[in-house]
Design a protein around this ligand. Sequence first.
Ligand code: MG
Length: 248
Amino acid sequence: MIQPPRATRTTPSSPEGIPARILLFDLDGTLVLTGGAGVRALDRAFQDLYGLKDAGRSVPFAGRTDLGIIRDIVEGKLRRPLAAEDAAAICERYLHYLEEEVERSATYRVLPGVPALLTLLTSRPDCLLGLGTGNLEAGARIKLARADLNRYFTFGGFGSDAEDRVEVLRCAVARGEARRAHSGADGPARVFVIGDTPLDVESGRALGALTVAVATGVVSAEALERAGPDHLLADLTDPETFLRILDG
Ligand SMILES: [Mg+2]
């Protein structure tokens, strides 16, 4: 059972009710593991459209945007440039299959501590929660829906916003800042990027965010350490540690 923090933490520089922190969570390997549903959905899309088998095999997925992955497959395996109409057709077919694959994935799971931490953070007026993920937004929503996690994230940056991971995060920050501005904030928030791959760390750092690496995905803690995150956690099961990072 998660205990509430001992004292209410507020940020002195932030007027009451205006979140001073934007927290951007990666999805795969950070919030949930889909048990390969995304790869299977993409494989089926390429099989349907181009007769290509095992399209995702030997293509790196972790930490990348959907469009970047699709481009690799089209250029590397179909040996042609990625045309906009191809990308649209692949994404459409992928999302169609993703719903089915996520639903029936036997090894789908929410990562340890995630619902309790998200509930705790949502209760804090100084934190604004968003997504920073390479998934197409519709795909992210499908992946989170099975565990009813969409309710924690009213905005984000997605693979449907940009192919480049830094741009994805920039979109998320812009949306978060628009919400803060609407609440009357002046001055930018402190941004935290939470993710399970060196790419999350690198893109967060490129944006000037504080980076929190969490070793619950496919990348080892040692490899994450080498990426030089501001903080490295084994998982998200200790809310007190996480709150200390936010307040640090
Ligand atoms: Mg990830």
